[in-house]
Design a protein around this ligand. Structure first.
Ligand code: FES
Length: 103
């Protein structure tokens, strides 16, 4: 039976890491896009900052916003959810600072 429960972490970050074959619709983790790199950068920062157990960085599948990607959704135990598009290694610092606001 399905059981509704609070989020198991203060913050959960869903990073689209979807990939497609050449010639298919663009995806967040191929065609020069950095979905997988962003995932690893965020996981490393969580470890470095000692936030393991509070912040969970999760792989996500396609959110059907592929042309705007890489895409990230951040949801917090407070109920706040935010969607970020066009994330890259160049602007990930802004995203990280946003993550830090409540952790
Ligand atoms: S591949 Fe990331 S939103 Fe579709």
């Amino acid at each position: 039976m399905t059981e509704k429960s609070p989020l198991p972490f203060e913050t959960m970050v869903f990073v689209c890491t979807h990939q497609r074959a050449p010639g298919e619709r663009i995806a967040c983790a191929n065609g020069g896009r950095e979905g997988l790199d962003i995932l690893e950068v965020l996981r490393k920062r969580v470890q470095e900052m000692g936030l393991t157990g509070k912040v969970r960085i999760c792989k996500a599948g396609c959110m059907d916003r592929c042309e705007d990607g890489p895409n990230i959704v951040i949801t917090r135990s407070t109920g706040q959810t935010e969607y970020f598009k066009n994330v890259s290694s160049k602007n990930i610092q802004n995203l990280w600072e946003n993550l830090q606001k409540t952790n």
